[in-house]
Design a protein around this ligand. Structure first.
Ligand SMILES: *[C@@H]1O[C@H](CO)[C@@H](O)[C@H](O)[C@H]1NC(C)=O
Ligand SMILES: *[C@@H]1O[C@H](CO)[C@@H](O)[C@H](O)[C@H]1NC(C)=O
Ligand SMILES: *[C@@H]1O[C@H](CO)[C@@H](O)[C@H](O)[C@H]1NC(C)=O
Ligand SMILES: *[C@@H]1O[C@H](CO)[C@@H](O)[C@H](O)[C@H]1NC(C)=O
Ligand SMILES: *[C@@H]1O[C@H](CO)[C@@H](O)[C@H](O)[C@H]1NC(C)=O
Ligand SMILES: *[C@@H]1O[C@H](CO)[C@@H](O)[C@H](O)[C@H]1NC(C)=O
Ligand SMILES: *[C@@H]1O[C@H](CO)[C@@H](O)[C@H](O)[C@H]1NC(C)=O
Ligand SMILES: *[C@@H]1O[C@H](CO)[C@@H](O)[C@H](O)[C@H]1NC(C)=O
Ligand SMILES: *[C@@H]1O[C@H](CO)[C@@H](O)[C@H](O)[C@H]1NC(C)=O
Ligand SMILES: *[C@@H]1O[C@H](CO)[C@@H](O)[C@H](O)[C@H]1NC(C)=O
Ligand SMILES: *[C@@H]1O[C@H](CO)[C@@H](O)[C@H](O)[C@H]1NC(C)=O
Length: 526
């Protein structure tokens, strides 16, 4: 057990003690407090409503304090909002001058380096003017930095492990990702894209994807230069250009297939991506990646870090089979991967997705969404954008319970666009992983038809569903949705009587036991 695992376990065990100390008996708790350097009980534990009943708000405040204390045990690598499901290690990444400072390179060094472009696979909708394609990504330079320096920087991210201690493959992964974080973004640059209908689509590699019939070739300079942080994100209208054999892209109202075009950023061979021309009607799946398509364990910072920086990405159970089946069996299914991982880490995510799951368009967190509140709002921002782009398509939304932004945004979309949200599938992460301490809030699901959503445990729960028929709940999978905060220990946050009991004072024997436990744990940790 590492030191912080022990600390966490200790704090976890102490929870009932902290919760059980009633205000009116604060003085009696002094013995316990004196022996417990790890835990500071919150000053007020029981607030009563107008009927003099303890309210659940209290439980939440207590729990909030508790969670903060757990988070703080992870040290300065983790802050309290990590319980929102935002991987801490991808927060506050350096940009601009901060990168130059860390790398100790000059403008002159930089000028000698070629420009790279991250070009994200994108979607287009059909409009009166033709295909309207979103083009988004980032322009940057990848400085030539010595391995020693990269290793030092990688070690800033790794908790309790030195890059030297990783195996060779993991070292290479960690170096690659670290390099992609320490890039120098290029602002105020013009971006020009070449569109070419040369996609070699393999049968059933992604829904109803077909190659645009040797038409649609053209070159477009984006109407705006890159932002200060090197980002570009704009819709452009494609010309109905004719290919060599008289081929042209099929209008969106004459096909249900998804046509593909390749998009190449000029001046580099780093900015190649495929664009998906998606007809106005049909089905789109919007899928999160971490802890649903791959094993990340963002709720366990040491594991999450290794799974993101060092280890090869690993699919979560047999999710690839489920997606492959949906891709093959649901007509013209458009796959869109939406992760709030920051742009800098995108290449690793895309490589994994495209070698494991059906092809599709991609969204990640752009650089201007980097403070905490922006980080928590980016998912809704990107979801709203794709909903606005396809107002007649139906959406299948997939993620897991550890993202607080998902738990809000998905049911909200179902309330706001009832005819567009066909299914919401949420992996109940607590059900298969008891190392997950993240609580989740199911209140947004109140009032939604149960056939529209399912909290599931393993990928097999998703087999044999009639998604097109709108039957998204596998009735053999028990649903235990309280429309409140769930996933807390000891029944806190649930409506049942036992949970309320947790706020009652414990017996005298119980308090002595707690004091002993505290003393023991304090010794064990120190
Ligand atoms: C990077 O720098 C090293 C020396 O620091 C040099 O040997 C190598 O050629 C450089 N690579 C490139 C691509 O400039
Ligand atoms: C690291 O990056 C290099 C250059 O982009 C690539 O050739 C190599 O396959 C990557 N290694 C891993 C383990 O991803
Ligand atoms: C965009 O950047 C180019 C250089 O890449 C510059 O020549 C041009 O003036 C800029 N355009 C705008 C509108 O700022
Ligand atoms: C696109 O161009 C082809 C000829 O190349 C023409 O037949 C077709 O009607 C055009 N489509 C639209 C929507 O203008
Ligand atoms: C991008 O496409 C160009 C043109 O087809 C090709 O030469 C280049 O190797 C591609 N780059 C990558 C990284 O695949
Ligand atoms: C980030 O930039 C995009 C355009 O690229 C803009 O629409 C968005 O509002 C910006 N978001 C923030 C939080 O600044
Ligand atoms: C196409 O997408 C744009 C950008 O999201 C949106 O403003 C527009 O309304 C959409 N057009 C149609 C016909 O759906
Ligand atoms: C998730 O799984 C846990 C553990 O099995 C269970 O207690 C909880 O009720 C489940 N949540 C939902 C929403 O079904
Ligand atoms: C429901 O889940 C079970 C167990 O995971 C699975 O065997 C079954 O095929 C699923 N589908 C239906 C419609 O029952
Ligand atoms: C594959 O997906 C289709 C469509 O959702 C469904 O009808 C079928 O039962 C699925 N098969 C399995 C094995 O999940
Ligand atoms: C139902 O959810 C509550 C609150 O999360 C939990 O206490 C209880 O154990 C769950 N029951 C089952 C059968 O999972």
């Amino acid at each position: 057990m590492s030191r912080y695992q022990l600390l966490t376990t200790a704090t976890w065990l102490l929870l009932p003690a902290v919760l059980a100390v009633p205000t009116s008996r604060a003085q009696m708790a002094c013995t316990a407090e004196a022996n417990a350097p790890l835990v500071t009980p919150p000053p007020t534990l029981v607030v009563r409503d107008e009927d003099d009943e303890p309210t659940r708000v209290v439980a939440r405040n207590v729990v909030g304090d508790y969670l903060n204390s757990v988070a703080s045990e992870f040290g300065d690598k983790v802050s309290s909002y990590f319980f929102s499901g935002i991987p801490e290690w991808f927060q506050d990444l350096p940009t601009g001058d901060a990168v130059l400072d860390k790398l100790d390179i000059t403008e002159d060094d930089l000028n000698a380096i070629p420009t790279s472009v991250l070009n994200l696979p994108s979607y287009a909708n059909w409009t009166d003017e033709g295909w309207n394609l979103r083009v988004h990504g980032n322009v940057y330079k990848l400085p030539n930095v010595s391995q020693d320096k990269i290793d030092d920087l990688a070690n800033i991210f790794l908790i309790d492990v030195d890059i030297e201690d990783l195996d060779e493959n993991q070292q290479e992964n960690a170096r690659n990702l670290t390099k992609s974080i320490f890039v120098v973004q290029q602002g105020d640059l013009e971006v020009t894209m070449d569109f070419v209908s040369n996609v070699d689509v393999e049968p059933s590699s992604g829904g109803g994807t077909v190659n645009a019939q040797a038409g649609g070739d053209q070159t477009i300079t984006l109407p705006y230069n890159t932002t200060d942080q090197g980002d570009f994100d704009v819709f452009v209208t494609l010309d109905n250009s004719t290919g060599p054999d008289g081929g042209y892209t099929t209008p969106g109202d004459e096909t249900s297939s998804i046509q593909t075009l390749n998009v190449y950023a000029e001046g580099t061979n780093t900015g190649n991506a495929t664009a998906y021309l998606v007809p106005p009607t049909g089905m789109t799946i919007i899928s999160d990646i971490d802890d649903i398509l791959r094993v990340t364990k963002i709720y366990q910072p040491d594991e999450g870090l290794l799974n993101s920086f060092a280890r090869d990405f690993v699919p979560w159970m047999n999710m690839p089979d489920i997606y492959a089946n949906w891709s093959a069996s649901i007509d013209d299914f458009h796959f869109h991967y939406l992760t709030t991982t920051p742009e800098q880490a995108t290449r690793t995510y895309m490589e994994f997705i495209y070698s494991t799951y059906p092809l599709g368009s991609f969204d990640t967190r752009p650089l201007n969404f980097s403070d905490v509140s922006a980080t928590l709002s980016i998912r809704k921002f990107l979801l709203d954008k794709i909903f606005a782009t396809f107002p007649q398509r139906q959406f299948i939304l997939v993620a897991d319970t550890t993202n607080s932004d998902v738990m809000k945004a998905y049911p909200q979309l179902a309330h706001d666009h009832p005819s567009q949200v066909q299914c919401i599938f949420l992996r109940n992460t607590s059900a298969t992983d008891d190392s997950n301490y993240f609580p989740y809030d199911t209140s947004g699901f109140e009032g939604l038809d149960q056939d529209k959503y399912m909290f599931f445990t393993v990928p097999d729960d998703l087999t044999n569903l009639d998604i097109q028929g709108g039957k998204c709940w596998n009735e053999s999978i028990a649903q235990n949705v309280t429309f409140g905060t769930q996933g807390l220990p000891f029944g806190l946050g649930s409506d049942d009587e036992d949970a309320a009991g947790m706020l009652e004072p414990p017996s005298v024997a119980g308090r002595i036991g707690v004091a002993l436990l505290l003393a023991f744990l304090a010794l064990a940790v120190l």
